[in-house]
Design a protein around this ligand. Structure first.
Ligand code: COI
Length: 378
C-alpha cells in the first residue's frame, strides 16, 4: 500500500491579509474573543492524504450542513501558548506535547493522524506572521488553537473521509473574568465528566459541551466552576476544564503534592505534566525551585473529596489548585460539598506555599526568563 502524503511544511502557500486589524490593548481582552489576522488550514482526504497547507487571512469556513462535525461531534482541538519577551523573542511552550496529544485524540475517534513536527513548523510560521499580536505583559500570551473537524458530507456513522485541520490564534490574558484571583468550586456529583473507557482523557469538543451544564449549575449556586467528583467515593478528577492538585501537610513533617493518576478519565494536561516534573525534580534534588520546601513528596494517586474535607477539618490542608494551559495555575479558596463549604487556605496573592514557587518557576520557563528546552523558539 502506497504511503499517502503527510503534512509537508515546505509546500505551504501564504496569502497575507490586505486589511490587517487594529491590535487591541491587552487590558481590553476577554479570553478567546479576539483573533489575529491569519489562520492555517490543512485539508485531508482519505484517498489523497494531507493536502497543501495554507496560511491565509482569518476568515469564515464554508461547509456543507451535512458535514459530520455538525452531527456526530467530529471535533477535537488543542490549546498551547506563544510568549513574547520584552526583547521580542517568541517561544512556544512544549508544542510537541500538544501535537502528540492531538494525534492520540484523533486516533480515539478514528480521525487521521499527522506529523506533529511538521505542524509545529507551520504553527511557528503562522505565529511569526502574527507576532505583533502577542502581548508581552506578564500573564498575557497568544493562545493557539489547533482544531480538527470532520468535513465529509455524509450522515452514516463512520470515520470521516474528509477532514480539515486548522489553527487560529487569540491574544489572551487571565482565563477567568475576575482575573487571577482564587475561585470557588462546587463539588458536582449529579453529572459525570468521564467514565472508564470513555473519552475523558481526550481533547474532544464533546467533552467540553457536556461540561457546560454542570458549570452553569455551579454558577447558579454562586460558584465559579465545578469540581468533578467521580463514583460513590467522590474521587476528585478534574476542576472544570483543568487538572486538579491538592496539597496536604503530613504527620512526618513532609508536604504532599497530590494529583489523580492518568487512569483514562483524566486529561493528560501539559501544565499538569510540567508541574509534576518540576516538583519531582525538585524533590529529588535535581533542580532547585526557589522557595519550594525540600520536604516535598509528589504523588499521583487517587484522592477523594472526603479526604480533602477531613484534612481541612484537621488543619492539614495546605492548598488546592487547578492547572491548565489557559489559566496556568488557578488557586481555589472554597469548595461546596454536600451542602456545606470546605474552606481552602490561600495566601495574600491567592496562591499557596507550593503552587506559588511552582507557578513562578513554570511561568519563568514559559516566558523565557528561565532558559529551558520546554520553551521552543519561533
Ligand atoms: C485549558 O487550557 O485549561 C483548557 O482546557 C482550554 C479551555 C479554554 C477549554
Amino acid at each position: 500500500l502506497a504511503k499517502l502524503p503527510d503534512i509537508e511544511p515546505s509546500l505551504v502557500q501564504v496569502t497575507k491579509t490586505d486589511s490587517p486589524k487594529q491590535v487591541p490593548p491587552p487590558s481590553s481582552l476577554v479570553f478567546g474573543h479576539t483573533f489575529t489576522d491569519h489562520m492555517l488550514t490543512v485539508p485531508w482526504q482519505m484517498l489523497e492524504g494531507w493536502g497543501t497547507p495554507k496560511i491565509q487571512p482569518f476568515s469564515n469556513l464554508s461547509l456543507p450542513p451535512s458535514a459530520t462535525v455538525f452531527h456526530y461531534a467530529h471535533c477535537l482541538f488543542e490549546g498551547l501558548k506563544a510568549y513574547r519577551d520584552t526583547n521580542g523573542k517568541v517561544t512556544l511552550f512544549r508544542p510537541d506535547m500538544n501535537m502528540k496529544r492531538m494525534n492520540n485524540t484523533a486516533h480515539r475517534v478514528a480521525m487521521p493522524g499527522f506529523n506533529g513536527d511538521a505542524m509545529v513548523e507551520l504553527m511557528k510560521q503562522l505565529v511569526r506572521l502574527d507576532k505583533h499580536w502577542i502581548p508581552d505583559q506578564p500573564g498575557y500570551s497568544l493562545y493557539i488553537r489547533p482544531t480538527m473537524i470532520g468535513t465529509q458530507p455524509a450522515l452514516g456513522i463512520a470515520p470521516p473521509k474528509e477532514v480539515l485541520l486548522f489553527v487560529i490564534c487569540s491574544p489572551v490574558g487571565p482565563y477567568y473574568p475576575q482575573g487571577f484571583k482564587p475561585v470557588a468550586l462546587y463539588g458536582t456529583t449529579e453529572y459525570v465528566r468521564a467514565a472508564p473507557g470513555g473519552i475523558g482523557a481526550y481533547k474532544l469538543g464533546a467533552n467540553y459541551a457536556a461540561g457546560v451544564a454542570a458549570q452553569k449549575a455551579a454558577a447558579a449556586k454562586g460558584y465559579v466552576q465545578n469540581l468533578w467528583l467521580h463514583g460513590p467515593d467522590h474521587h476528585i478528577t478534574e476542576v472544570g476544564t483543568m487538572n486538579a492538585f491538592v496539597v496536604f501537610k503530613q504527620a512526618d513533617g513532609t508536604t504532599e503534592l497530590v494529583t489523580p493518576p492518568l487512569d483514562g478519565m483524566i486529561l493528560p494536561g501539559v501544565t499538569r505534566d510540567s508541574v509534576l516534573t518540576l516538583a519531582k525534580e525538585h524533590a529529588a534534588g535535581h533542580i532547585n525551585v526557589p522557595e519550594l520546601t525540600n520536604k516535598l513528596v509528589v504523588s499521583e494517586r487517587p484522592v477523594t473529596m472526603g479526604e480533602v474535607k477531613e484534612a481541612a477539618r484537621k488543619g492539614n490542608l495546605v492548598e488546592f489548585f487547578g492547572t491548565g494551559t489557559a489559566a496556568v495555575i488557578s488557586p481555589v479558596d472554597r469548595i461546596g460539598y454536600l451542602g456545606e463549604d470546605v474552606q481552602i487556605p490561600t495566601g495574600p496573592d491567592g496562591m499557596g506555599p507550593v503552587s506559588r514557587p511552582l507557578w513562578k518557576h513554570l511561568t519563568g520557563i514559559q516566558t523565557g526568563a528561565i532558559p529551558h528546552p520546554w520553551a521552543v523558539e519561533v
